[in-house]
Structure formats: C-alpha cells, structure tokens
Write a protein that binds this ligand. Structure first.
Ligand SMILES: NC(=O)c1ccc[n+]([C@@H]2O[C@H](COP(=O)([O-])OP(=O)(O)OC[C@H]3O[C@@H](n4cnc5c(N)ncnc54)[C@H](O)[C@@H]3O)[C@@H](O)[C@H]2O)c1
Length: 386
C-alpha cells in the first residue's frame, strides 16, 4: 500500500476540497441560470400577493399573464415587466411557451383551466380548490401522471416553521396520545367578487381549506367526516355584480375522524365578526388547539400566517411559547416554492394528494350536511408530512 506524508495528505485534501467547492459553486451557478418559465392566469386580488413574490424568485421567469378582463392582464404585465399578456387561456397556451401555469382565477374555473393547461403540456400550480369536485380532482392527477407533468394545489400551510414544530412535537409523543383538536378561520367575507358565494364557491374551499390542510397534515388523513353547513346571509352586495343571492355555504362545522380515536373539528365562515379582517393582521390568539393525554398545544395566529406555538406538557405544565420565527415563510409562497423544486429536483412538502384529500373532505362535508350522514373518505396522502 502506498503511503503519503502528512504534508502531501494535506495538499491532496485541500485540492479535493477545492474541487468539491468548485463543483458546488458551478452547480449553484447552473441552478441560478435554470429558471422555470411561468404563466399567470387570473390577475385579480390574490395575484397582487403572488406576483411580487414570484418576481423576486431566482428560479422564476415570468413569461406571460392572462385574464378575461384583459386590462388586468396588461396592467399586471406592465407592472412586473412581463413581456406577454393574453385575454384567454387558449391564446395563452398557443402563445409564447412556458413550463408552469399558475392558476389564480375564480374557484369555479380551476378544474376546467387546469385540464386545458395539462393537455397543453404545462405543469400546474392551482389556487384552492384544484378542481370543482373530488372526481374532477382525481382525474386531474391521473391526467398529469399520464402526461408526465405535475400539478400542485394551495394552500402552503405545511411549509411554516410552526407547522413543522407542531408536527414534530406530535410525532415525538410530547402530547402523549392525541385525542382532540379544534381549528377556526373566518371573517365577514370577500367584498369584490361574486364567485365566493356562487355554486362551487363557499367558505369551505376559500377559508376552511387552510384548517383542513393543517389538521390532516398534523393528525393524519381523515377516515370519516360529518358536518353541518348553512347560509347565514342569503343576500350580499359585491363589487363585480352588485346584489347577489348566496348559493354556497357561508357557515360550516366539520368533524373529522383521523383513526386511532383522534377526532378534530374545523369551524369556518363568512359571518365571523373579526377585527383582524381578511388580511388577518393582529390576530394574536390561538386558532388551532390540539390536546393529548400528556400535553396540549396551540398555534398562535392564523395557520396561514402563524407566529408561535404554545405548548404545555406534563413535564412542564406552565405553557411555553416556541417557534416564534416568522422569517422565511409566507402564505403566498406556494408557486415560488414549487418553481424552485422544479429547478432543484427537491420534492416539496406541499403534495397534490394532500390537496385532493382536502377537496374530498370539503365535498364530504357538504354531502354530510345535506344528508345528515357520516361520509367515509377514500383518499389519503403521505403522512407524516414533516
Ligand atoms: N384574494 C385573496 O387574498 C386570496 C388569498 C388566497 C387565495 N385566494 C384564492 O385565489 C383565487 C382568486 O381569488 P381572488 O380574490 O384573486 O379573485 P378575483 O376575483 O380578485 O380574481 C380572479 C381573476 O380571475 C379572472 N378570471 C376568471 N376566470 C378566468 C378565466 N377563465 N380566464 C382568465 N381569467 C379569469 C377574473 O377576471 C379575475 O380578474 C380563489 O381561488 C381564491 O380562493 C385569494
């Protein structure tokens, strides 16, 4: 066996280290150059949150915007120096090529537009819900797989450090056997667009969806669902249509059975007096609470904008606050995170199967509300998430 002296060994190690550093620098530079070409459809309210985030991402090249109110697409393109804008998805898909469609349109349009995009060879990030029914959502995932494309759906709540803290605490047994959980989210409802209140809209896919994603993400896929839903305010006035009749539930209570005896509850609606409003600023209370045989835990702030986790256990009965880090995660990051994962190849925490599972729960909650029956859930997703 050859032997080398200490000096030669150090020289060789330094060379190998430099080579390794070079290759990781090159790899980084290469990643910096590779960008996902993005087309954004729907240039309304939420696009004003997505576009600034996307435009700052080193993994994104914003290629085109689209809105059936063409002026909105043109104005958004101008503001973010995006070269192309279109008045319809057909024109957008036939126009300048891109890799990822970001769908920020009315909820009722998501399924139809997502199918068109996949058939047009695009990957998809969809605002919630990714489709109008569980069946349509399942078909979307199958279509994507058959075309070797990917589809992902909002929300991005599993990305927060607070979600990670809670998930780890549960997995490490800090709460003992988890028995019960509660989550709530509501305000007085959006005032700008009618679709939130029309058939296919509702407080469940707009608001409850966050809590449903958080609780299933923490406690595991739901096996059964029971619910009551109602309409509290039958008529509303909205900016784009004036006086409208509310058709979708604006008030919902959903019970989920996660198996092993764990039961949780989500409460959401468009009739919650809430001084924190749609933006949620200043919400300092717990909106999610989880109890087990050895401890309890509460998420402080909304699950889409959390800023701490309060934990009390039988080893430390006095409540302590953890996970107060609010840097990094923001709720509107989903499409940017997905773009990064498309470049780096790292699998994101956000999973299409989880979004589909939540969609099935929403549909089951409505069926349960109408029939008074307990509804079995067939879908599942990879769990634990963290
Ligand atoms: N507004 C928010 O703060 C917010 C936050 C999180 C998620 N969301 C979700 O984002 C989605 C959009 O909500 P919003 O508040 O931005 O609504 P919005 O009404 O402000 O914007 C929707 C836009 O989509 C356009 N559109 C509708 N159908 C289209 C089509 N077929 N092709 C092209 N454009 C079309 C509309 O003209 C409109 O400009 C919903 O799923 C909502 O639940 C909204």
């Amino acid at each position: 066996m050859d032997t080398i002296d200490r000096q030669e060994f150090l020289r060789q190690t330094a060379l190998a280290g430099a080579a390794l550093l070079m290759s990781s620098v090159e790899l980084f530079a290469e990643e910096q150059q590779r960008k996902v070409k993005v087309g954004v459809i729907g240039c309304g309210s939420v696009s004003t949150q997505y576009l600034p985030h996307l435009s700052r991402s080193p993994f994104v090249e914003l290629v085109s915007t689209c809105d059936i109110i063409f002026d909105r697409a043109k104005k958004a393109a101008e503001k973010y120096q995006i070269k192309n804008s279109y008045p319809s998805i057909e024109k957008m898909l036939a126009g300048v090529p891109f890799d990822l469609l970001i769908n920020l349109t009315d909820m009722q349009e998501h399924g139809r537009l997502n199918v068109l995009a996949l058939n047009g060879g695009k990957n998809v990030w969809s605002e919630k819900p990714m489709a109008n029914s569980y069946r349509e959502g399942k078909a979307l995932l199958e279509l994507a797989a058959s075309k070797k494309l990917r589809i992902w759906g909002a929300p991005a709540v599993v990305n927060s450090p607070q979600f990670a803290f809670m998930s780890k605490a549960i997995q490490e047994g800090k709460l003992g056997k988890v028995s019960s959980a509660h989550a709530h989210y509501g305000h007085l409802g959006p005032t700008w667009s009618a679709f939130f209140y029309e058939k296919g809209g509702g407080s469940l896919p707009d608001l409850g969806v966050y809590n449903l994603a958080t609780l299933t993400g923490l406690l595991g896929p739901a096996k059964n669902v029971m619910a009551m839903t109602s309409i509290v305010t039958p008529q509303r006035t909205v900016d784009n249509k004036g006086k409208i009749t509310v058709e979708a539930e604006d008030n919902a209570m959903v019970l989920m059975d996660h198996g092993n005896g764990t039961i949780s509850h989500v409460q959401c609606g468009f009739n919650f007096f809430d001084p924190y409003g749609h933006e949620g600023k200043g919400q300092e209370k717990q909106t999610i609470t989880i109890w087990g045989t050895h401890g309890n835990m509460g998420l402080v702030g909304y699950d889409w904008a959390p800023f701490g986790v309060d934990l009390a256990t039988h080893d430390h009965e006095e409540t302590q606050r953890f996970a107060t880090d609010t840097k990094g995660y923001v709720w509107q990051e989903g499409a940017s995170v997905i773009s990064k994962s498309m470049v780096t190849g790292e699998e994101p925490l956000i999973a299409a199967q989880h979004a589909l599972h939540v969609l099935e729960i929403i549909e089951a909650a409505r069926t349960s509300g109408q029939t008074g029956k307990k509804i079995a859930i067939e879908s599942t997703f990879k769990w634990p998430v963290v």
